[in-house]
Design a protein around this ligand. Structure first.
Ligand code: SF4
Length: 316
């Protein structure tokens, strides 16, 4: 029987960003330099495939520095860590490498600078996400107020409305964050902050590509992990931009074929921590069932690259 025709729109940019690429390279180079095991505090990036692959090469993933021995190197994940973590590693005289994305480190520096200038910090982010925990942890406990929604802005209690600054998580929804920033500026006209927010180029570009692609699609799949903030935002952006069925899948085995019966157009994108091999796996699964024509939806070109820390560039 002839396979049904399917136009498959592929968002570009999609998948790995420069921060994820660098973080994975850091673990691989650390394994080369120091041999296995190398400890990694938290999933280096939020993707099971990537984590399993590195585990197979000798990385040991732990949630707490207490679970690392003193005499093995430890790497901090791309999401960033509270200041207390490297301080504790230094106290224990451990070898550590910080794989925090430079765009997250930039937010850490902003928060600290505002605090030193006597401003009270507000962070726009998701409670409990490691990046939020890491950024809030740049200042002493209780010094950063967290707002997650426009409603939170109405109730947040500040010390002095004239002495405030804000930072944001890098992987938020651009549109939701604009609303929260507008609410903050309306309630606290003197609040200091970045030009718009701290959402990174990769998050912005992936959301823009989805906005261009989603209205053309009967269905849309985002390849990514359930704990990946930027991947989950892509699903929301796709649904809001007019795609009636937008779903997150980790791999081809997650595809709900029944829900996709009768579609003739499909959009595919991937979160910043999802490797291209998984995107290809999903595309191949569609090729098995449909007569697929691929069209790229290109909204930006990316050529960002981050260097790995110097300690990994010099021989052991
Ligand atoms: S999503 Fe953005 S902030 Fe996060 S690792 Fe990638 S480039 Fe860095």
């Amino acid at each position: 029987m002839a396979k049904p025709a399917l136009t498959l729109y592929l968002a570009a940019p999609r998948g790995f960003c420069a921060g994820v690429d660098r973080a994975i390279k850091i673990v691989e180079m650390a394994l080369e330099k120091w041999g296995a095991p190398v400890y990694v505090r938290h999933e280096i990036v939020h993707n099971k495939y990537v984590v399993d692959d590195l585990r197979g090469k000798g990385a040991v993933f732990v949630e707490d520095l207490d679970d690392c021995p003193d005499d093995r190197p430890v790497i901090f994940s791309a999401h960033g860590v509270p200041k207390a973590v490297p301080a504790e590693a230094a106290r224990r005289e451990m070898v550590y490498v910080d794989a925090t994305c430079p765009l997250v480190s930039k937010v850490h520096i902003e928060a600290e600078r505002h605090h030193q200038n006597g401003l009270q910090m507000i962070m726009i982010g998701h409670a409990g996400h490691p990046e939020t925990v890491g950024t809030m942890g740049q200042l002493p406990d209780g010094k950063v107020l967290l707002v997650e929604t426009v409603q939170d802005v109405a109730t947040v209690q500040v010390r002095d409305p004239e002495k405030l600054a804000f930072v944001t998580q890098t992987t938020l929804s651009v549109d939701d964050t604009a609303d929260i920033v507008a609410a903050l500026q309306a309630r606290f006209p003197g609040i200091v902050g970045p030009h718009k927010e701290d959402i990174c180029y990769a998050t912005t570009n992936r959301q823009d590509a989805v906005k261009a692609m989603a209205p053309k699609c009967d269905a849309m799949l985002v390849v990514g992990a359930p704990n990946s903030s930027n991947s989950r935002r892509l699903v929301e952006v796709g649904a809001r931009a007019g795609c009636g069925y937008a779903q997150l899948v980790q791999r081809a085995t997650d595809i709900d074929w029944r829900a996709l019966q009768g579609i003739s157009t499909l959009g595919i994108t991937a979160g910043a921590s999802a490797p291209e091999v998984l995107i290809n796996e999903v595309i191949d699964a569609f090729r098995d069932r449909f007569n697929v024509t691929i069209e790229q939806v290109v909204t930006a070109e990316e050529n960002v690259e981050f260097k790995v820390p110097r300690v990994l560039r010099i021989p052991a």
